[in-house]
Design a protein around this ligand. Structure first.
Ligand SMILES: Nc1ncnc2c1ncn2[C@@H]1O[C@H](COP(=O)(O)OP(=O)(O)OP(=O)(O)O)[C@@H](O)[C@H]1O
Ligand SMILES: [Mg+2]
Length: 225
C-alpha cells in the first residue's frame, strides 16, 4: 500500500508562493495500474516526484509498505529509491552517446552488482522489450518509441516493484504510445505497481484506478475493478 498523509508541497516564498500539492491524503494499492490526470499545473508531476522520493514535501508523509520515505536519511532514501522505484519520463533522460546496454545498466552499477551480473540482467531486460538488435547502439540513434522502451528497461532492470511514469507517451506518435501503455499495462498485470501521469483520457482509461487532480488536490479516485 502507498499511503499519502496530509501531503503538502509549496514552492517559493510569500507573494511568490505556489501550493503545488495541497494537503493530499489517500491510499493507493500496490500491483495495480494507476493513472493520474488533471489540467496542466494541477500538481501531477509534483505528486509523482513525492511518491518517488525525489522531492521533499513541505509537510506530510509518503509511506510505502510501512516505510516512511522522508523519515529516512538522504543516503538511505537514495538506496531505497534505487532498489524499489523505477522512473520513466516524457523526455526519456537517456545518455545519448551511451549504448542501450550501458544506459540500462546504470541502476545495477549504482546497486553495486558485479560486471557479469550487470551484463546478464541488462541484456535480459533489453531482450524482453524487443530491443536485442539495438543493444550496442548509442541511444541517440533510436526512434522515440525505442528510446522509451530503453527507459522502461532501465526502470525495471534493478527489479523495482514500483514504476513511475510522467507522461511517458508525451513525445510519441499514436502507435508508439499504444505500445508503451500496453507494456505498462502488462507490467501491472505481472504484479508491478505502475503510476502513470497522462493527458490522454484514452490512455488513462486503461488503468485500474484513475486519480483526478485539480488545483493541488485529489478530486476523484475512480476504481474500475
Ligand atoms: N520547481 C518549482 N518551482 C516553482 N514552482 C514549481 C516548481 N515545480 C512545480 N511548480 C509549480 O507547482 C504547480 C504544479 O506543478 P506540476 O509540475 O506538478 O504540474 P503538472 O500537473 O505536472 O502540470 P503539467 O501537466 O503541465 O506537467 C505549478 O503551478 C508549477 O508552476
Ligand atoms: Mg507535469
Amino acid at each position: 500500500m502507498i499511503v499519502l498523509k496530509d501531503l503538502t508541497k509549496e514552492f517559493g516564498k510569500e507573494s511568490n508562493k505556489v501550493v503545488a500539492l495541497d494537503n493530499v491524503s489517500c491510499e493507493l494499492p500496490q500491483g495495480k495500474f494507476i493513472s493520474i490526470v488533471g489540467k496542466s499545473g494541477c500538481g501531477k508531476s509534483t505528486l509523482l516526484n513525492l511518491i518517488g522520493g525525489l522531492e521533499k514535501p513541505t509537510s506530510g508523509s509518503v509511506i510505502i509498505d510501512g516505510v516512511d520515505l522522508y523519515a529516512k536519511k538522504e543516503s538511505e532514501l537514495a538506496y531505497y529509491r534505487n532498489k524499489t522505484i523505477g522512473y520513466v519520463f516524457q523526455d526519456f533522460y537517456l545518455e545519448p552517446e551511451l549504448s542501450v546496454i550501458d544506459n540500462v545498466s546504470v541502476p545495477l552499477i549504482i546497486a553495486g552488482k558485479k560486471a557479469q551480473e550487470i551484463s546478464r540482467l541488462a541484456q535480459d531486460r533489453i531482450s524482453a522489450l524487443g530491443l536485442e538488435s539495438k543493444t550496442n547502439e548509442p541511444t541517440k540513434n533510436l526512434s522515440g518509441g525505442q528510446k522509451q522502451r530503453v527507459a522502461i528497461a532501465r526502470a525495471l532492470v534493478a527489479d523495482a516493484s514500483i514504476i513511475l511514469a510522467d507522461e511517458p507517451t508525451g513525445n510519441l506518435d499514436s502507435d508508439n504510445s499504444s505500445e508503451v501503455v500496453a507494456i505498462l499495462r502488462r507490467l501491472a498485470d505481472e504484479g508491478k505497481t505502475v503510476i502513470m501521469v497522462t493527458h490522454n483520457l484514452e490512455e488513462a482509461r486503461q488503468a485500474d484506478i484513475t486519480v483526478e487532480m485539480k488545483d493541488g488536490k485529489i478530486v476523484e479516485i475512480k476504481d474500475r475493478q
